[in-house]
Design a protein around this ligand. Sequence first.
Ligand code: DI6
Ligand code: FE
Length: 401
Amino acid sequence: MAGFILTQARVATIVSGDAPYGMIEDAAIVIEAGRVVWVGAKSDLPPDHAKLESRPLDGRLITPALIDCHTHIVFGGNRAREFEMRLEGATYEEVARAGGGIVSTVKATRETDEDTLLTDALRRVDALLAEGVALIEVKSGYGLDTETELRMLRTARRIAKMRDVRIVTSFLGAHAISAEYAGRADAYIDEIAIPTLRAVHAAGLADAVDGFCEGIAFTPAQIARVFAVAGELGLPVKLHAEQLSNLGGAALAASHGALSCDHIEYLDEDGIAAMATAGSVGVLLPGAFYTVRETQLPPVQGLRDAGVPIALATDCNPGSSPLTSLLLTMNMACTLFRMTPEEALTGVTNNAARALGIDDCGTIAPGKRADLAVWDVEHPAELSYRIGFNPIHARYFAGTT
Ligand code: DI6
Ligand code: FE
């Protein structure tokens, strides 16, 4: 593919520096072989690039393509009935304890064949791509047996063959205790989660290992056993931690060098300090906060003060966050969590890439992939400000629109 230049654009590079959003006015971006080779003010464009084809954008805004760094986007069935139950007064935990919740999606996922899982997931993926997303993390965790966990992760990998999107996977065998192992969480870890992790790794299907550390799921000691095997296999870890209560999961994950600790509404000072020391990213999931009507706010100011990078994601899942919009996620993070629109955009670009341990995207800079979103907006704050409006003009995936 011949190189080209995007011109007549304002570019929010998300490279930290003097200008908010890393903004460059009247900018140009030179793209060759799917990568950004130069970005800067048009007036500074080196003459050797000036002969490339120019694609003027009429003053539109270019940002890095968006990244959804925490999803459970592959699953069977839906939980609309549970939504009704919660509106009738049941809490998320009560629904889970009554056999609903994650375990009901496990039943539906086990009963769904791989092609149907893929077809259903693609509808949700397409909603994300339509908002300029180019990289999605997908978790397993609705199989809770070896066969179905493998099927979920194969489905996740197939998404990247069907669409112009990068997929990274996380094995989430320690998501819930399967019905067969009710009351026997330790046996589930030893007999299912760990052997399945080994099988998934042998098949090349996991890029990272996740867990759910919570009263309705697994203790830090149980998660630590899974993480020890992840370490042995050379896989990075991350954790659903401090979502409904504080069990010290974030500190445990940080002690294993976690890429991220996610949810973290109930995170305390010690957890923040542990994350800061480990360099773990805090992934906030306002869609889950909103859906379960949580009232405990995540410690945004504490994370800022400690220099913990904050990412945002949809947590797309059929129970606690049936959300397929990163733009709405950004809006919720601003309104519910009092994050700034600049933090929100950084949270779905650069910090989301960091949460995945990926450094070739998330900002617009020489050498990065040309994964870009072009928006019909004047100012980047507009991306967070509107509710239910998609101002996308174009999406570039490795330089191709
Ligand atoms: N926390 C969540 O928010 C999702 N998983 C988790 O560990 C919820 C998954 C579900 O309710 O199906
Ligand atoms: Fe989640």
